[in-house]
Design a protein around this ligand. Structure first.
Ligand code: UD1
Length: 430
């Protein structure tokens, strides 16, 4: 059976929604847990498909895991090797399913000195090379060998040695991988022009709780003083998912709803919250909640995505969708990924109007009358944008390939139903 969500649009969302743990914080932290041989406990882990995919990978590496009610314990006293006693990550089922599998390279290279791998999977939102990861590992003294078209080997027979690394772009993934690789390296590592997303701070807090010595200096510089061993016995809480929170703000605003978003850290959303407010969305924040009021008229707002603390690229498709209902045109610039407008084809089928200036810039025209139709998801956040359009579209939308949504949003259908959305979910049995 086709996986699809059927939405009957036009109902304002009302009520309270609780935000789950962050996907993009949970996955790096789960990878980093392999650095310790003892048990670590992680709380607020979302029950989403990307977490399940990574759990399979961790099991493939030899880890034991136990999960219950969003709490996950991981221990990996001994790594599992494959043919000829090698750690071959890309042989493990699920390696190609998620982007985060690449972060296992940092952990395994650091702890076991040699790892075989391939390009990871993940959403198709542009060119997603791993050159910054590889160059960074090389700066730490690792050797890189291309074995064949599908396999790269990184090794550090004498162990990694700290160095100064400058990232030409503050890549989230590269910063995480190099942090994970450098905590057990000899001497100090300085990562300059590092990404400083809240998810990275959450990873640093986890590593420091295990005994790492990491601090953030000014100017996006992260300093890691290598230690000999990381301890277990740590319980670490994952931060709330700021992208899920931004998704519900958009859904509430576009349906002219009245919702309270709980268990969120508004300080992680400062830039987008201001953009929503500029658009006329009534938002009141406390330390851990956001209340959204109905609005009469949405104003057009131009946005440009940037690394944190700028406007998050993951919310670009959602904000652009909101702007289809604004009173005028908005310029949406995508400066992080080079192909993040694919969802527009589907929005167009529903009646959204826009001009594509380049693969980085579009102009979204307001006052678009959206009508339900058959549409297809192509990635997680673009998929959430399509779902959001369907919530406001007149009539019925059938949204296919909805499995993308379950990769990143915990219990999304239940949360939407509780807010009054009318939907039916069809899942495949596989
Ligand atoms: C992560 C998030 C993703 C989010 C993004 C930016 C994961 C799995 N995904 O992706 O949801 O949208 O951060 O907040 O964590 N780049 C290079 N070379 C590299 C690495 C990256 O050129 O070695 C470029 C990419 O092509 C892209 C930009 O840097 O244009 C940003 O990528 P990066 O920050 O690494 O994003 P991800 O870690 O892939």
């Amino acid at each position: 059976m086709d996986e699809k969500i059927v939405i009957y649009g036009g109902t304002p969302l009302n009520g309270t929604v609780r935000i789950s743990g962050s996907k993009n914080a949970s996955l790096p932290i789960m990878c980093a847990s392999l650095l310790s041989s003892c048990t670590v406990t992680l709380t607020n882990i979302p029950e989403i498909d990307d977490v399940y995919s990574l759990l399979k990978l961790l099991h493939g590496c030899g880890a034991n895991t136990n999960s219950y009610n969003n709490t996950l314990s991981i221990s990996c006293p001994k790594i599992k090797k494959y043919s000829h006693d090698k750690i071959i990550l890309n042989r493990i089922e699920g390696y190609k399913k998620i982007r985060h599998s690449i972060l296992l390279v940092g952990a395994l290279l650091s702890k076991y000195k040699e790892v075989y791998f391939d390009m990871p999977g993940g959403c198709k939102i542009g060119d997603r090379p791993i050159d910054l990861h590889i160059t960074g590992f090389k700066s730490l003294g690792a050797q890189c060998k291309i074995i064949n078209d599908n396999t790269i080997m990184m090794s550090s027979p004498k162990g990694l040695i700290g160095d100064e690394i400058f990232l030409r772009f503050p890549s989230v993934g590269a910063t995480e991988n190099l942090l994970i690789a450098s905590v057990l390296a000899e001497g100090s590592t300085i990562i300059k022009n590092a990404a400083i997303e809240p998810e990275i701070i959450n990873l640093i807090d986890f590593l420091n709780a295990m005994g790492a010595k990491i601090k953030i200096a000014g100017g996006n510089k992260i300093i890691v003083k290598g230690v000999d061993i990381l301890n277990g016995g740590v319980t670490h809480n994952v931060i709330p998912d700021r992208i899920e929170a931004g998704t519900f703000i958009t859904m509430g605003a576009i349906t002219r709803g009245d919702i309270t978003i709980e268990h969120v850290e508004p300080k992680h959303l400062e830039f987008p919250i201001n953009a929503f407010k500029d658009a006329g969305v009534g938002l009141d924040t406390t330390k851990n909640s956001i209340h959204l009021d109905s609005i009469d008229e949405l104003r057009p707002v131009d946005i440009c995505t940037h690394p944190y603390p700028g406007f998050p690229t993951d919310l670009q498709p959602l904000f652009a969708t909101l702007m289809t209902q604004a009173d005028g045109s908005s310029l949406i610039e995508e400066r992080v990924f080079d192909s993040r407008f694919r969802y527009l084809n589907e929005l167009k089928k529903m009646g959204a109007q826009f001009d594509i200036i380049s693969n980085r810039e579009i102009i979204v025209k307001g006052h678009s009358k959206l009508t339900g139709t058959d549409v297809f998801m192509g990635d997680i956040r673009g998929g959430a944008a399509i779902l959001t359009s369907a919530l406001v579209a007149e009539g019925k939308s059938e949204i296919y390939d909805s499995f993308y949504l379950y990769r990143g949003y915990e219990k999304i259908e239940t949360k939407l139903r509780n807010l009054g959305a009318r939907l039916k979910v069809y899942k495949s049995n596989g």
